[in-house]
Design a protein around this ligand. Structure first.
Ligand code: ZN
Length: 330
């Protein structure tokens, strides 16, 4: 148990309430920061932005009930608490959550990125008495990502080099967020793009929210690539496939794989190439959030104890809350 505002056992909830942040177990009220699998669940009642609700229902069932809350609109919960959502810049609809009540205010960042994105809303840092923040890339300043323009040029040059040799560029990108960011980066870049149906389903939600992903083909389930292993000709094209679909990826002929992950800054073992495209904050952005929140105390989660130590060196009161196994390629 930590702090007078919240408890961590290990799901995080407001102290003395049934209001949870991104709980892993089904709960009475779950405030969901964004649509990634490790943040969603089947709760009696969810609170989330409309795009996150669409991802949640697509993945966990259209019967799920909850409140779709626009950004910056206070919403009363359980009489004594008010919830507000702020854009987190991580994926479409991702939110940082602030709850305010008689005992003070608490912000919970979920996953976030302060640097601009092609497909996610620009992040806004909420101010609160206490902050619980992720710290995925918090181990040191060696985790500093190139600008999105630089990454776009790197990606375009690499994809063109592969397709110009008559090969297939296989872009290994998580189906929600990274895949759409990749498509938007290749928009108007004279690259023939194909999406796996799982990616295309999520892309449809992006497009219905006004995000232009450019032109692309979708593999139907009847296609020879994912139906039976014959001869769909993908040479000269770029294909976006989630990285865990190793069986399908193995069937693509003349493939050269590109991993799109922040971890690629340290090299790439699981693909032919790597582009350090991350939807998380880098080290400098993490420090920036802690400072801009003006919180009296910062609780660090989803990363290493070293980031809490780093904040203390900078004069910010900080504690390490809990670690979490990293999911590769997020
Ligand atoms: Zn995430």
């Amino acid at each position: 148990m930590l702090g007078h505002l919240f408890q961590c056992d290990p799901d995080i909830r407001l102290a003395g309430s049934e209001i949870y942040f991104d709980p892993a177990e089904p709960r009475k009220i779950g405030i969901i920061s964004h649509g990634h699998a490790d943040h969603i669940g089947r709760h009696e009642h969810f609170i989330a932005t409309a795009p996150t609700a669409a991802f949640l229902r697509t993945r966990n069932g259209f019967d799920l009930r909850g409140t779709e809350l626009p950004f910056r609109q206070p919403h009363a919960v359980d009489r004594s608490w008010s919830v507000e959502l702020f854009p987190a810049g991580h994926v479409l609809g991702s939110a940082m959550i602030r709850v305010s009540g008689p005992r003070g205010s608490l912000a919970y960042t979920g996953d976030f990125r302060l640097a601009p994105s092609y497909t996610a809303e620009a992040a806004e840092v909420p101010q609160a008495d206490a902050v619980i923040m992720e710290s995925t890339y918090g181990s040191g300043p060696e985790w500093t990502f190139p600008s999105r323009e630089e990454l776009r040029d790197q990606l375009t040059t690499l994809v063109r080099r592969i397709v110009d040799r008559g090969r297939t560029a296989v872009l290994l990108a998580y189906s929600l967020g990274k895949a759409q960011e990749t498509a938007a980066m290749l928009r108007d870049r004279d690259v023939k793009l194909v999406m796996h149906p799982v990616v295309a389903q999520i892309s449809g939600i992006y497009e219905s929210n006004g995000i232009d992903l450019g032109a692309y083909e979708v593999w139907g389930r009847q296609s020879s690539l994912f139906g039976h292993p014959s001869t769909l000709d993908l040479r000269g094209k770029a294909v976006i496939v989630p990285p865990h679909m190793t069986r399908e990826i193995g069937r693509i002929r003349n493939a050269e794989t590109i991993a799109l992950t922040g971890w690629a800054l340290r090299g790439t073992r699981d693909a032919d190439h790597g582009i350090p495209l991350s939807d998380h904050a880098d080290f400098g952005e993490l420090v920036s959030l802690a400072e801009r929140s003006r919180a009296g105390i910062v609780y660090v989660t989803h990363g290493s104890r070293r980031f809490a130590e780093e904040l203390r060196r900078r004069g910010i009161r900080a504690e390490f809350l809990r670690g979490k196994p990293q999911m590769r390629l997020f």
